[in-house]
Structure formats: structure tokens, C-alpha cells
Design a protein around this ligand. Structure first.
Ligand SMILES: [Zn+2]
Ligand SMILES: [Zn+2]
Length: 446
């Protein structure tokens, strides 16, 4: 165990790290330096070495291909991913994202085992009225570095924090939440999110460099992230040639990653997932056309009424306004969505009934109003296009196993088990994927 916060490192290191992190963190001993092998600006948290037990553990490389819809592999002939599925474990009918099927809520659900309303990230952007009343930073948005790096927005114990608490080093090459101190920990090594600035091939070289580190400092849990397929899906739609090209390109990178990992001759389980799928948008709906939202604060489609009377009045208007969405008082949102408990969800709650882009207000006059071609966020149980991808191969996994669609929160206890970590209770269960494990999910460690 080494959850103790370390002494501050050299002042120069702190200044460099502050520059790289946008100066938005404080009080944690960190330094950023170009990695000796890749030159990438890796931020180092002053963690101790792997414990004796951690050194004996296997390795997990968790890759996210953002927006990689469950059926893209076959649709676009992603041969490396299909090969992974054949060798290891695959969900040929896809994996179920948590609702809403958005990027940050789902990446963070995967690493915490908690539905968005339990992990805190109920959307990519939201308002926390309690924090607002306390005078704290209250608006979270994925584009706001200050919010994204503020650990107090996040609940749960992400896998990297869980591992670090249990004496195992981790490294994140991008993952929502990885730039914040959460549950008292940070990854031993991570990078500030810079999707354009960090070369995609170099990301693989960085993972390889981490895995070539001496046993004492070698991370056992590593994340890696690619956004290309999501970007193409948004810009051109899921059926476009550009989206196919992005799929083929990332499939090639997965092939390279697999070959490099094989070359290391370490017991590595490679897990490739996505956060959600993609669908072509048919219609844009603006909520203030149906109800007076003047007494509401809003973020995208989320509605925060000032008083109960405001919320009740808006609900009465919205509930019969359009076939493009259902309106619910928050406490009455269907239980299967797990979206009725957290005040960050607003009230009333709007749930789209089809591929419709929903927003509270149109952009201000003079501002562009051209939404993306493709979008996600919809209920994955009602809209199969929202389903995500899942592939895994490695020494802890059975060969040639397929699994039926399962909720992504179940990855958390499963990955913790592979790493020999004790996971706290979550919304996921090890039973769901136990059949994919060579040990059947039985605990033999300790
Ligand atoms: Zn995404
Ligand atoms: Zn997206």
C-alpha cells in the first residue's frame, strides 16, 4: 500500500507540469518531462514502486475507440479486430453503453463500474445546483479544462486509483477523468489530453515504452484512446466512406499495437472497447418552442428549473409537446435508464424517442446552427445503433468465446479481477463476464 501523498518535486518540474496541465491542479507532487523513448510530455505523479504482489500481477491494456459502433467491424471489414475476437473474447452483437450514450459518462462508467448518475458524469456538460449554491465551480463541460481536472466532480474509484491504492502502478494515455485527482489518487503517469498534438503511432510507442520500464515502475494498467471514428461519424454519418476509412485506419493501429505487445513477451490482456455507437440525425428539436424556459438554467437538453412551480409547469407543456421525445419528472424516468436520482440530470428530464437532436434553446442569432450529421446519446436498448464494441484477448481469457450484449459497468469488477485487485461494490457484477475468464472468476490470489 502506498497511498501516501509524496513530497513536492523540484520547482522546475512543477512549473513545467503546471504549464502542461493548464495550471489547473494544485498541491500534488507532479512533474512532466519528455519521455525518453517517445518524446511525449508524460506527467509523472510521485508514486512509489509496484508492491511485491503487484509485480506478480498480469497487465491490462485498455483501449477505447471512441464512437466505434458495434457493427463497424463486419460492416467495414476490420480484420485485426475480428482476429482479436476470434482469438479471445468478443461481443458480436455489441456492448450496451450506459444511458446517456455519451463519451464522458461512458468512459467513466467503464472505469468505475457506476452508471452515470452514480459516477457523477450524467452528461458531457451539466450543472450542479448544489455546488452553485455553495459558490463552487458548478458547470461541468468536457471542453473546460478547469472542470475536467477538478476531481470533486467525479464519484467512484476509477481503476487507476483503485490500483494505485493497492500498490500497483498505472498509466493513462488519455481517458476521461485521468487528469483529475480522484479518490485521493492519480495515475502514476498520464498525459494532458491533446488529441491533435499526440501522434497516433507514438501513442503505441508510449504504451510499449511503459511496458519496457523496469518491473518496479512498470504500469500494470494502461489506457489508450483514439477519437478518429467518432469524429468521422459525427461529421459524415455512420455510413460514409470517411467513417469506413477511419475504421480501417484504427483497425490497422490495433494490429500494430497487438504485434508490439506480443513482442514484449509479457502476460498482457488487451481489451478494446468503445463508449457508444452512432446514428444519422433526422431532426433537431428545440424545447423552448413548446414551453417557457425563461426561469430555467439549461445545458444542451438538460433543464434546471428555479422553483418547483417552474418545473411542474414546463413538464405539463413538454409531456404532450412532440413525438420526438418523452418528458418525465426526474423521479419518474424509467428505471432501466438509471437516470432518476441525480439532481445534475435536471427536472423535467427529456428522453429522445428516436435519432433526434434535442436542445433547450437554438443558438443565439448570428451564431451557426449546423449540428453534426451523426450523433449518439440515445437509449441503447431502444436504438441498436448506440451499441458499443468489445474485444479482449490475453492469458487470462478463454479462446474463441462470444458474449451476448452486456452493460459496460460490468467491465470494472472484471478488469479488477484480472489485475488481482479488490474492487468496491459497483453497479457491475463479475458474474456477467466470469465465463470469459480462464479462472472462471474465482479468486485464487491471497
Ligand atoms: Zn464518444
Ligand atoms: Zn461523439
Amino acid at each position: 500500500m502506498f497511498s501516501v501523498k509524496r513530497m513536492a518535486s523540484l520547482a522546475g518540474g512543477i512549473m513545467l507540469a503546471a504549464a502542461l496541465a493548464g495550471g489547473s491542479w494544485a498541491g500534488w507532487a507532479q512533474s512532466a518531462q519528455p519521455d525518453a523513448a517517445t518524446g511525449l510530455p508524460v506527467i509523472h505523479t510521485e508514486h512509489g514502486p509496484n508492491s511485491e504482489a503487484a509485480r506478480k500481477a498480469h497487465y491490462v491494456v485498455l483501449v477505447s475507440l471512441d464512437g466505434f459502433r458495434w457493427d463497424y467491424t463486419k460492416k467495414y471489414g476490420a480484420e485485426h479486430l475480428l482476429a482479436l475476437g476470434k482469438q479471445g473474447v468478443w461481443a458480436p452483437e455489441g456492448m450496451l453503453p450506459s444511458y446517456p450514450s455519451l463519451t464522458f459518462p461512458n468512459h467513466y462508467a467503464i472505469v468505475t463500474g457506476l452508471y452515470p448518475e452514480h459516477n457523477g458524469l450524467v452528461a458531457n456538460a451539466f450543472l450542479d445546483e448544489e455546488r452553485e449554491a455553495e459558490g463552487k465551480l458548478a458547470r461541468y463541460a468536457i471542453s473546460d479544462a478547469k472542470a475536467v481536472t477538478d476531481g470533486s466532480f467525479y464519484a467512484g474509484v476509477p481503476l487507476w486509483s483503485l490500483a494505485e491504492k493497492q500498490g500497483m502502478r498505472t498509466a493513462c494515455l488519455f481517458w476521461p477523468g485521468s487528469e483529475a485527482e480522484i479518490a485521493g489518487e492519480r495515475p502514476a503517469e498520464y498525459l494532458k489530453f491533446d488529441d491533435k498534438g499526440v501522434d497516433e503511432e507514438k501513442r503505441i510507442a508510449q504504451v510499449e515504452a511503459w511496458l519496457k520500464a523496469p518491473e518496479a515502475t512498470r504500469p500494470h494498467f494502461i489506457t489508450l484512446y483514439y477519437s478518429d471514428v467518432d469524429h468521422a461519424g459525427h461529421s459524415y454519418g455512420p455510413d460514409a466512406a470517411e467513417t469506413k476509412a477511419a475504421v480501417v485506419k484504427l483497425d490497422g493501429l490495433i494490429g500494430k499495437l497487438k504485434a508490439r505487445l506480443d513482442g514484449l513477451r509479457l502476460p498482457i490482456d488487451l481489451i478494446v472497447v468503445s463508449d457508444h455507437g452512432m446514428v444519422k440525425i433526422q431532426q433537431t428539436v428545440t424545447l423552448d418552442a413548446f414551453a417557457d424556459l425563461n426561469n430555467f438554467e439549461t445545458t444542451g437538453p438538460l433543464l434546471y428549473g428555479k422553483t418547483e412551480a417552474d418545473r411542474a409547469a414546463a413538464y405539463e407543456k413538454l409531456k404532450k409537446a412532440s413525438s420526438a421525445f418523452e418528458a418525465y419528472r426526474r423521479k419518474h424516468v424509467p428505471a432501466g435508464l438509471h437516470y432518476d436520482e441525480n439532481p445534475r440530470e435536471g427536472d423535467p428530464v427529456i428522453v429522445p424517442t428516436g435519432p433526434y437532436a434535442i436542445r433547450a434553446h437554438a443558438p443565439a442569432a448570428g451564431k451557426p446552427d449546423n449540428g453534426p450529421v451523426g450523433q449518439h446519446g440515445f437509449d441503447p436498448r431502444k436504438m441498436p445503433e448506440m451499441k458499443a464494441s468489445f474485444f479482449a484477448v490475453g492469458p487470462d481469457l478463454v479462446h474463441g468465446k462470444t458474449v451476448a450484449p452486456f452493460e459496460n459497468v460490468n467491465l470494472y469488477p472484471w478488469i479488477a479481477h484480472i489485475l488481482g485487485l479488490t474492487a468496491p461494490k459497483s453497479d457491475g457484477s463479475l458474474n456477467v463476464l466470469a465465463g470469459t475468464l480462464r479462472d472462471g472468476g474465482e479468486t485464487t490470489k491471497e
